[in-house]
Write a protein that binds this ligand. Structure first.
Ligand SMILES: Nc1nc2c(ncn2[C@@H]2O[C@H](COP(=O)(O)OP(=O)(O)OP(=O)(O)O)[C@@H](O)[C@H]2O)c(=O)[nH]1
Ligand SMILES: [Mg+2]
Length: 227
C-alpha cells in the first residue's frame, strides 16, 4: 500500500503548450483539482500562455522559440524525472481536449503496475473524419510493420513510468513524437494498458495539418527502416 501512494505522489502531469491562451487557464484549473503536481512547458508561444501558467503553477518551463511538441514533451519529462525525481508522468494536451477528471484512470493503471498507459478514444466517437482515417491508418501501418496493434496512436493523453521513459526516449521534436512513442512501444515489446478517454473537439480548424500527416507517414517508414 505504501508503495502505491509513493507512486501517486511522484506522478507528475506534463503539459506542452503553444499559443493556448484561450484554453490554458481552464485546463490548469481543472487539472489542479486532481493534483498540484503539474509541469507546463511553453514552447515559444506568441500569446500570453506562459504568463497564464505562471499564475497557477510553480513549475513552468519556457522555450524561447518554438521547438515543437516532441521537444516540449522531452523538456517536461526530463525535468520531471531528473529534477523532480518523478516515478511516472502523465502527458496531457493544453487545448482542453483531454479531460483532467480522467487522470485517476491513468494513475489506477500505473498503480496496478503498468509501465505505459495509453488514452484511447473510440473510433466511433465524434472525431473529425480525417482524424479517424489518419488514426486507423496509423494503427494499421504500425500493425503491418511492427506486428503490434496500438489504438489511437495520435492521442496525446498517455502515461509512463521512469523505467519505460528510458525505452521510449524519442528523437522527434514535432507531432510525430506520438508515432515514435508507439513505434518504441512496439520495438521494445513494452506492455501497455489502455484507458478509455472522452473525445473532445473545440476547434476543427487547428491541430495536425496534411503536412503533419505526411511527415508522420514518412516517420513510420524511417522508424521501420531504422533510419
Ligand atoms: N510544445 C508545443 N506544443 C505544441 C505545438 N503545437 C501544438 N502543441 C501542443 O500540443 C498539444 C496538441 O496539439 P494540437 O495542435 O491540438 O494537436 P492534436 O491534439 O494532435 O490534434 P487534434 O486532434 O486535431 O486536436 C496542445 O497542447 C498544443 O498546445 C508546438 O509546436 N509546440
Ligand atoms: Mg488538439
Amino acid at each position: 500500500m505504501a508503495a502505491k501512494s509513493i507512486l501517486f505522489s511522484k506522478t507528475w502531469i506534463v503539459i506542452p503548450g503553444f499559443n493556448e491562451a484561450k484554453y490554458l487557464a481552464t485546463v490548469l484549473k481543472k487539472t489542479l483539482k486532481q493534483t498540484p503536481r503539474i509541469i507546463y512547458v511553453d514552447d515559444g508561444s506568441h500569446d500570453h500562455s506562459a504568463q497564464i501558467a505562471q499564475k497557477y503553477l510553480e513549475h513552468v518551463i519556457i522555450h524561447e522559440v518554438n521547438l515543437g511538441k516532441g521537444a516540449a514533451l522531452k523538456t517536461g519529462c526530463d525535468y520531471a524525472f531528473n529534477f523532480l525525481k518523478a516515478q511516472a508522468v502523465i502527458l496531457m494536451d493544453a487545448d482542453d481536449q483531454h479531460n483532467p477528471a480522467e487522470i485517476p484512470l491513468f494513475v489506477q493503471q500505473l498503480r496496478k503496475g503498468s509501465q505505459v498507459v495509453l488514452g484511447a478514444r473510440s473510433l466511433f466517437s465524434k472525431m473529425p473524419l480525417v482524424r479517424k482515417i489518419g488514426n486507423a491508418f496509423t494503427s494499421a501501418v504500425m500493425l503491418i510493420l511492427f506486428w503490434r496493434y496500438i489504438p489511437d496512436i495520435l492521442s496525446g493523453y498517455k502515461a509512463f513510468t521512469r523505467r519505460a521513459y528510458r525505452k521510449l526516449y524519442w528523437e522527434a521534436t514535432d507531432y510525430s513524437v506520438e508515432l515514435e512513442i508507439a513505434a518504441k512501444i512496439a520495438m521494445n515489446r513494452l506492455q501497455f494498458s489502455l484507458v478509455s478517454i472522452k473525445t473532445i473537439y473545440h476547434d476543427l480548424d487547428r491541430g495536425m495539418s496534411i503536412i503533419d500527416a505526411i511527415k508522420v507517414a514518412l516517420k513510420i517508414v524511417s522508424l521501420r527502416l531504422g533510419l
